[in-house]
Design a protein around this ligand. Structure first.
Ligand code: ADP
Ligand code: MG
Length: 678
């Protein structure tokens, strides 16, 4: 092997294991003092079943060093610590807030200390209890951020604050981590590598993360753990790249006259970005290895036009093209888009879904994943386009590629920042359509609080009175599709009697049968309905240029990518379109919710929004990454750790040839995960 870490005997490569599972780490949390069956269950619900998982449970913040003041000295805005004795405790409600108040005195003065939405703390704060509190003066008294009964660790400077649950407190987690830390741990990385990358030993990193004496120390520890995480990921991706190089793709003839005729048939010129994507696809299709390319671009940026070009390349070589969409609605939409140019070109195109089955022998078939389920065979498949690939389950994507290795173009309208694409889809090539066709007017977005929602609806009615159409998106309900549908029905009824009285209101939700949904969409498109009240099922695939305004209710509850997708339903025509985001008052929202809404008002650029999303969330659970089969990145922050990521990527190409524990570990962690998204 070729890894030449200075001073390391290459022949005696010390068989690194990235996330070693020596006995101590694999042990159940139950082996720790203070963990019985009950606590074990609670820990498991946080994903912490083993000592190793507990040690890798990272704090989400650390307490800042603060001054301790006498209560009588309080006055400024800074966070401070105080000590005192609880005199009395009481509970009350303020709107959605549950407020717990304790009168606390230190002899110099008495203050009302408040906790929000933690009513269960009442038991611990009985009169006579000595407390140390950390917080600041707020609207309702001393707003407590953390507290100790007597002398504890929670309010200490740099105290770690863990993601906790109602059942298991951050305090308990701190104690348990304290009990686990002294267990001896093997370090998987060779000394020379640690030295060249300026990384501390693993055990030091864990101590630094859980018991830092400064924020710098905590950061050093986190960085080491982030490196392990990224290296593992990158080695796995490198392995998969390797494997794909062995696959053989259908052979295609060079681009010919069909592509040229396609350009003639289109009623517009392709944009520079579309032409660039096409050139990248052409280059891929020349090779013997199957294309695996991700085509990213906002809704309406012209991806489908490019995708059809790729499909025609297969047709021109006497092979088939297939376009797959996650839902029937979306498949139909695509079919309608493709059918017209196909007719003009004399290319046959068929829709194939769960409910409509015919002609598997057309030049181009469009369908949902039903297309790739058992029984439907496309023996002559040359190019497959997979739309919104992050919505496909791993299994479905596997089924597609295991039987054969067509060229695959993945399309997504949820742009992923380059940094992330490099990381999670490190084995896909990426094309971007970053600029929409020039004839679009950017959607104007406004953020409106609930008390002003009447204004939003009167604006919507003005659009309707001008002959335009509108969407109203119902609040998100996470429990189930059924309760979401039920809530949407109630909301539609309320609107029919209230704000939308006298207008023709349709309701679209996930519980409708495909035929019902189709009919509803057709009626909306034919302007037999003025307003479509909908759940997030309109997120993709609905294309009605006459719809020029959208209201999103309780917009703070949606994710940024989702809001951006929803908004993309308007602004599809030449008319100026609007998106009105309704939420509770700003003070009642979390900082990240405010940041999300502000970003949407500021820009319609999906790539910029994806970057904001990355900043707000750092990496975990981004966009489509959940289905990549990887657990979320715990330590790495994809933006801040960019240099670390690039080092890991560079090293991975060298480490990939290594057999033994490293390889085993990578395969175990990747266990069946399909990172190729194809
Ligand atoms: P996407 O798949 O990215 O949502 P589409 O390919 O469906 O985008 O294109 C959206 C709309 O823009 C379609 O009506 C399409 O005909 C039109 N369009 C695509 N490319 C261009 C272009 N270069 N110039 C003008 N209109 C275009
Ligand atoms: Mg499209």
């Amino acid at each position: 092997m070729t890894v030449g870490f200075a001073g390391e005997d290459v022949g005696a490569w010390p068989r690194p294991r990235l996330f070693p599972r020596p006995e101590a780490l694999q042990r159940s949390v139950e082996t720790l003092p203070g963990v019985g069956p009950a606590v074990k269950k609670k820990l498991e619900r946080l994903g912490l079943a083993t000592v190793g998982e507990l040690l890798l449970h990272s704090p989400f913040r650390y307490e800042q060093p603060v001054e301790e003041l006498r209560i009588a000295e309080l006055g400024g805005d800074d966070e401070v610590a105080i000590r005192g004795e609880v005199l009395s405790v009481s509970k009350r409600r303020r709107g959605r807030l549950q407020m717990l108040t304790a009168r606390v005195s230190d002899g110099s003065a008495t203050i009302s200390a408040t906790w929000f939405n933690q009513p269960w703390l009442e038991r611990q704060l009985q009169p006579g209890t000595a407390v140390r509190l950390r917080g600041r003066q707020g609207r309702y008294g001393f707003d407590v951020r953390s507290f100790d009964i007597g002398n504890g660790q929670a309010t200490a400077d740099f105290a770690p604050v863990y993601p906790a649950s109602e059942e298991i407190t951050a305090k308990k987690l701190r104690e348990l981590v304290g009990a686990a830390l002294p267990l001896s741990l093997a370090d998987p990385l060779p000394a020379a590598l640690k030295q060249s990358e300026a990384l501390p030993p693993r055990v030091d990193a864990l101590w630094a993360m859980h018991r830092p004496r400064s924020l710098e120390e905590a950061e050093t520890g986190r960085r080491r753990l982030a490196f392990d995480e990224l290296l593992l990921l990158q080695v796995g991706l490198a392995l998969q790249r390797r494997e794909r190089e062995q696959e053989v793709a259908p052979e295609l003839a060079p681009p010919g006259e069909l592509g040229a005729r396609y350009r003639d048939v289109l009623p517009f010129e392709l944009t520079e970005h579309q032409e660039r994507a096409i050139a990248e696809i052409d280059a891929d299709l020349e090779r013997t290895m199957p294309m695996q390319r991700l085509l990213q671009g906002d809704v309406g940026s012209g991806k489908t036009v490019v995708a059809l070009y790729a499909l025609l390349r297969a047709v021109e070589s006497g092979k088939q093209g297939a376009l797959m969409a996650p839902t029937e609605t979306l498949a139909e939409q695509h079919f309608l888009t493709l059918d017209e140019p196909c007719r003009a070109l004399g290319v046959t195109c068929a829709l194939l879904t769960g409910s409509v089955k015919h002609d598997v022998n057309s030049d181009i078939v469009v369908g949902t994943h039903a297309l790739i389920q058992k029984g439907v065979d496309l023996p002559n498949l040359g190019v497959a386009v997979v739309d919104e690939q992050h919505r496909f389950g791993v299994e479905q994507r596997k089924a597609l590629t295991e039987r054969r290795s067509p060229h695959v173009l993945h399309m997504t309208a949820t742009p992923i920042p380059r940094t992330l694409a490099l990381t999670v889809y490190g084995n896909l090539a990426v094309s971007e359509i970053a600029k929409p066709p020039a004839n679009r007017k950017p959607i104007i977005t406004a953020w409106v609080t609930e008390e002003k929602s009447a204004d939003a609806y009167s604006r919507l009615r003005r659009h309707l009175d001008d002959g335009r159409q509108a969407y109203v998106v119902c609040p998100l309900i996470e429990e189930s599709e059924t309760s979401q549908a039920r809530a949407a029905e109630a909301e539609a009824e309320r609107l029919r009697r209230g704000e939308l009285r006298g207008y023709r209101v349709g309701l679209l939700h996930g519980r409708l049968r495909p035929a019902e949904r189709r009919e509803l969409m057709a009626r909306f498109k034919a302007q037999e309905l003025d307003v479509l009240v909908a759940t997030t099922v309109i997120e993709v695939g609905v294309d009605v240029p006459n719809a020029t305004i959208m209201i999103i209710q309780e917009a703070d509850r949606f994710g940024l990518a989702q809001l951006h997708q929803l908004r993309g339903r308007v602004g599809r025509g030449a008319e100026q379109s609007y998106c009105l985001l309704i939420s509770r008052a700003r003070e009642e929202l979390t900082d990240t919710a405010v940041a999300r809404l502000e970003a949407l008002v500021r820009t319609t650029d999906g790539f910029e929004l994806a970057e904001v999303d990355l900043d707000l969330r750092g990496g975990g659970q981004l966009l489509g990454t959940r289905q990549s089969g990887l657990t979320d990145l715990k330590f790495a922050h994809l933006r801040r750790d960019r240099p670390l990521l690039e080092r890991a990527r560079a090293l991975a190409d060298e480490l990939v040839d290594l057999d033994g524990p490293l390889r085993d570990e990578v395969e175990r962690v990747f266990d069946g995960a399909d990172l190729s998204a194809g």
